[in-house]
Write a new protein. Structure first.
Length: 133
């Protein structure tokens, strides 16, 4: 069951964090970070797909894709992992073309997802998965 909502009340510290340039090649680097940060995780493929979609959205719909950067953060605890993608805020140029399926994909492959709007309109989108211990 997929739920969109608030984050856990107490988040584990980041296992990995990387600031990437707002270019297409950085989506691959974001997936690689998830892979390296979650060795042995039974749901790593789900989170790699989710972070790919969230990073692509940051490039397509925010100032991150207009010469900015985005940050990928991975958190992990026993039986649980979370990826976050934080962008640079609203795009200045009109939005690019897209099919609107990215967040649907994230919802389908993860257990929970959501976003937080920060100061200046920056957005941190997140996705979580869990598994039995």
């Amino acid at each position: 069951m997929h739920r969109v909502g608030a984050a856990r009340t107490s988040e584990p510290p980041p296992a990995a964090e990387l600031v990437l340039p707002g270019i297409a090649a950085s989506v691959r680097a974001a997936r690689r970070l998830v892979s390296v940060a979650l060795p042995g995780c039974p749901r790593v493929d789900d989170l790699m797909l989710a972070v790919s979609e969230l990073a692509s959205n940051a490039l397509a719909w925010s100032a991150s894709g207009e010469g900015g950067t985005f940050t990928v953060l991975v958190r992990v605890a026993p039986g649980w992992a979370r990826c976050e993608v934080a962008d640079d805020g609203p795009a200045v140029l009109p939005p690019g073309r897209g099919n609107g399926m990215g967040l649907v994909i994230v919802a389908e492959v993860t257990d929970r997802s959501g976003h937080v709007i920060g100061s200046g309109g920056s957005r941190t989108a997140w996705a979580e998965v869990s598994w039995p211990l």
